[in-house]
Design a protein around this ligand. Sequence first.
Ligand code: ZN
Length: 96
Amino acid sequence: MKYVVILLVLLALGVGYYIVQKKKTSSSSNPLRTTSSNVISMDSHRKAKQSPGEQPCSSCKKKNGKLIFYAQDNGTVVGLCKDCQSKAKKRDMLPL
Ligand SMILES: [Zn+2]
């Protein structure tokens, strides 16, 4: 019976110690975590920004720089280059 009590005390101490350490590490490393996540989001943002320029135009299939995305009447979305924007305007397509 004594062993059980000792084990429980050790367990409680261990859990308490673990919680304290967890609080310490989380509070101290939070600024670092946010900065590192900011860096990651910036990288993904840059990649996301780069990719539209590499996509071909939905109308003329040319890789003509940045695409402007329009919603068609049937619900599909097309990315159009600058040359094809006038076509989209004639068709009354909504820019996204
Ligand atoms: Zn085009």
